[in-house]
Write a protein of this length. Structure first.
Length: 97
């Protein structure tokens, strides 16, 4: 059995869909916002997002530090390894460098 939707009903459903998509985007943006004061470790600034994950601030998109980390100790360990392997200047790229 098929149902017929009038033009007004189709328009109303489309408006509801658009509003729902906008709300979803707003919530996702708010949930990914950084909270608290940024911290610094060996010249790398990082902060926690609302989901409890750590993100580096002002990191080049090609840096191995681009992304999220489950704990600050894991992030510190990775920074230490990168620094000891090839030196900070070549592996840990910031936008300001």
């Amino acid at each position: 059995m098929s149902s017929y939707l009038s033009d007004a009903e189709k328009e109303m459903l489309e408006e509801k869909r658009i509003q729902t998509e906008q709300l979803d985007k707003h919530i996702a943006k708010r949930n990914s916002a950084l909270v608290g004061e940024p911290k610094e470790y060996k010249g790398i600034n990082y902060s926690m997002n609302q989901r409890g994950l750590y993100e580096c601030i002002s990191i080049d998109s090609t840096s191995p530090l681009n992304g999220v980390f489950t704990s600050a100790s894991i992030l510190h360990s990775l920074i230490d390894k990168l620094e000891s392997n090839a030196g900070k200047a070549s592996n840990v790229k910031t936008k300001n460098a």
